[in-house]
Design a protein around this ligand. Structure first.
Ligand code: BG6
Length: 789
């Protein structure tokens, strides 16, 4: 073993001096030593611990552990340790020296079998005996998935417990269960092997500098806060964590958890307790802190069904299908966004709304807790700019800004109209160089802004607290279960709730905004899809008529809907033939129209095929014999079965000169000429369109400029899906038609229907919005599955 090197030394400047009596040896074992969390935060946190404690009188050894054999894992561990760094205030030569020592004290060990654990135990004892050191304690950090906890716990307890007199601390990372029952079960397993005081459950938000400061801030300013930290003065409290990242790369975890389990049940609930609980007399007494927390959690009012609004970013489903290898019949209601309204049934907070909000793929990354005070002053006197301090007409708020966002640093902000805070000067300072922004509706100059003197990472703080045995910043079993008791009820209420689909990022605009109404929450913007007087459970063959995005919509179950559409097409054909002797019909590819084709040839014997010209709305650049060919499909599902003059059939010329969609072959011009030659004003009598999951129609895809506006009648385009090369009628040409029918069938289309019902009308983003017949009519045919899923 490798304890000797640093049993005790002290650095004065750059000189190492032998130092005081050894207080005992601490062995740190990091399981999951080469995993993501370890690489990103934990090794750095352990190094920082060593840097801070090297002179504490303890000696240390660090064991990176995993299931992998040493030959494979050692290079990975070395990679992870290479990037360790010191805070700015550590002189480079000291940093280099301590880092070198840290590396010498760190070894990899495979910990797989109980023998491996026994061997570790023996090694520790032998080296301690050799060095003449006594053991202070062992810290096991389990950065592994929870299913591995039980085995590891059994091995630690059975084969690697330190001898009496030395402490054992076992650190667990979330998720701590999936609901009350599973959390209780997991906690039970842990309790068979460890005592409560040995278990440290990490919630890294409790190590964030601003979160750590909430209780001390409340205590320090008790004189000002006591009179106003209550239902008489607080309007509402917002606890928010917005993220721009999405769940890509971790959908198999996210599918099981969703936003409420991932961050609201833990991070945001912990913050809620700090803001709302009674401030314990002694903040450094972790039992008192935990008792106050528990009391608060126990007074949360049971959530109702309407206590939450949930959403899911649009790409989530596709990411899940891809990463989890699910097919297109797989759907998910996992929320990636949630807003939750919580009431606290105690005398301090009765009736004050606490809003907990979090989501992925939102427009900004920020997290904060914001206490907004009531404003019941009416100010007759005109306001001047200078009158910001102690003016009852200024809005009043306190913001614990945890990080990111417009103010890109942790901070505590207090509006000047409240009081001037004083934070612990050695750690916090009044912020200078604050950007001249407006923050929560007020110029930043209206606030006293304090920030940490030095920013540091949450894990560094937590690892230091574990080492010091400060349990106050960890989640105890009782707290965990109290939190799950509340959240499990809400999750059960939401079981059958369909989340609102949002486009993600900036495009989400106001879609997720919500209001408090009758003790619950509701989204501000209504579903664009509102079908008047229709019972979705009806089996009626009478299709419902309504309006969708300003145009008529026919809806029904798929089969009667197709019957209705087939009938409407026949009526249009008969009318055109009666008036002009000819009917020009342009048909889309894809699977939705197939049922329509079957209906037409099987039931519409009187259809005027002889006078009908059939055109293609779009075509894939493949030979007609290919199964992907739209014309091939039309051929198989309709043309084979009806008597239609050969010259009336107009496939798109995608295959010329033995090549596909080559610009030089001028297929688009040829088709455009054919259309102009045969159709008066290039106006089709009827164009049948579909709607793609990304908002495309015909073969005009999001982001394409060509085909949305301009003079071209026919264009070549690119699809994100295979086959990628396409030929398509342009939207300006489609818009010349007398009638446009958009057929949307199946559950798979529900998300896009809800999405476009609320999205911004931007044809480049959602090409379907570019379909606006100049003088003709647009009618939607949407089945109930697509509408209601
Ligand atoms: C983790 C969640 O606990 O917290 C992630 O699992 C989330 O989904 C992360 O992104 C956010 O933490 P931070 O420190 O980046 O705000």
């Amino acid at each position: 073993m490798h304890l000797r090197v640093l049993y005790c030394f002290l650095l004065v400047g750059t000189v190492a001096v032998f130092c005081k009596q050894n207080k005992g040896h601490v062995s740190v074992v990091l399981l999951g030593a080469t995993g993501d969390l370890a690489k990103k935060y934990l090794w750095q946190g352990l190094f920082q611990l060593y840097l801070n404690e090297v002179n504490s009188g303890h000696s240390f050894s660090f064991h990176g552990a995993a299931l992998t054999p040493a030959e494979k894992a050692e290079p990975l561990l070395f990679e992870a340790l290479k990037s360790l760094s010191c805070p700015e205030d550590v002189p480079p030569d000291r940093c280099a020296l301590v880092k070198d020592q840290f590396l010498k004290l760190t070894r990899y060990r495979q910990l797989k079998t109980s023998e491996n654990y026994t061997a570790l135990h023996q090694d520790i004892l032998t080296s301690l005996a050799e060095e003449g050191l006594h053991e202070a304690g062992r810290l096991f950090y389990l950065s592994v998935p929870p299913f591995a906890y039980a085995d590891i716990a059994q091995n630690i307890n059975g084969s690697c417990r330190p001898p009496p007199g030395a402490w054992l601390r076992v650190v667990l990372e979330k998720p701590f269960g999936h609901d009350y029952e599973s959390a209780e079960k997991l906690a039970g397993v842990m309790q068979t092997f460890f005592r409560e005081e040995e278990i440290y459950r990490v919630d890294h938000y409790l190590g964030k500098q601003t979160v750590e400061q909430i209780l001390p801030f409340r205590r320090r300013h008790q004189k000002f806060l006591d009179p106003i930290w209550n239902k008489q003065h607080v309007e509402r409290v917002e606890i928010v964590m917005k993220e721009t990242v999405d769940a890509k790369g971790r959908t198999s975890f996210y599918e099981e958890y969703g936003v409420i389990r991932d961050v609201i049940q833990n991070h945001l609930t912990e913050i809620l307790t700090y803001v709302a609980m009674e401030v314990p007399r002694n903040l450094s007494n972790s039992d008192e802190v935990l008792r106050a927390k528990l009391e608060l959690l126990d007074s949360l009012r049971a959530p109702e069904h309407s206590s939450a609004v949930i959403g899911q970013y649009q790409n989530y489903l596709a990411q899940v299908r891809e990463e989890m290898e699910k097919n297109h019949n797989y759907f998910t209601n996992t929320p990636t966004f949630a807003g939750v309204l919580i009431y606290i049934d105690n005398t301090r907070w009765e009736g004050v709304p606490f809003l907990l909000v979090s989501g992925k793929d939102l427009d900004e990354r920020t997290s904060y807790a914001r206490v907004v005070f009531k404003d019941n002053a009416f100010c007759v006197h005109k306001q001047s700019k200078e009158e910001t301090i102690k003016n009852s007409c200024q809005p009043k708020q306190i913001i614990f800004h945890i990080g990111n966002g417009a103010l890109n640093f942790p901070a505590v902000l207090v509006t000047k109209s409240l009081f001037k805070p004083s934070l612990p000067y050695s750690q916090w300072q009044e912020a200078s160089d604050v950007p001249g922004i407006s923050f929560f509706g007020q110029p930043i100059s209206d606030y006293f802004v304090h920030r940490p003197v030095q920013e540091r990472d949450a894990y560094t703080a937590l690892i230091s607290n574990i080492y010091r045995g400060k349990k106050g910043s960890f989640v105890t079993t009782k707290n965990l279960l109290a939190s799950w008791r509340f959240w499990t009820r809400l999750l059960e209420n939401l079981n059958n709730e369909t989340p609102r689909i949002y486009p993600g990022g900036e495009e989400t605009i106001t879609l997720l905004d919500f209001v408090i109404e009758r003790g619950g929450l509701r989204f501000v913007s209504k579903e664009g899809l509102e079908v008047m007087g229709m019972d979705q459970n009806t089996n009626s063959f009478a299709s419902a008529q309504s309006i969708f995005l300003g145009n008529p919509m026919v809806s029904n179950w798929a089969e009667p809907l197709i019957q209705q559409l087939a009938q409407d097409i026949q009526t249009a054909a008969e009318e055109a033939v009666k008036n002009r002797g000819i009917f020009h019909l342009a048909l889309s590819g894809g699977s939705s129209p197939i049922a329509l084709f079957h209906r037409l040839y099987k039931h519409h014997f009187g259809f005027p095929w002889k006078h009908t010209h059939l055109w293609m709305v779009d075509e894939r650049c493949v030979p007609f014999t290919d199964t992907d060919s739209n014309f091939g499909s039309l051929e198989r599902h309709l043309l084979q079965h009806v008597r239609i003059p050969y010259v009336n059939i107009h496939p798109m010329p995608v295959h010329k000169n033995q090549r596909l969609c080559d610009e030089e072959d001028k297929g688009t011009e040829e088709y455009a000429l054919e259309i102009s030659a045969l159709l008066t004003n290039s106006s089709f009598d009827l164009v049948l369109l579909g709607l793609g999951n990304d908002g495309h129609t015909a073969s005009i895809f999001p982001g394409s400029q060509d085909g949305i506006t301009g003079d071209k009648l026919v264009v070549l385009s690119e699809s994100p899906l295979k086959p990628t090369h396409r030929m398509s009628l342009s939207l300006p040409l489609i818009n010349k038609a007398q009638k446009v029918a958009v057929l949307v069938l199946g559950k798979g289309k529900h998300d896009i229907i809800t999405l476009i019902s609320r999205a911004e009308n931007k044809p480049v983003r959602w090409p379907i919005f570019g379909v606006k017949p100049n003088s003709g009519q647009l009618v939607w045919y949407v089945d109930y599955d697509a509408m209601f899923r």
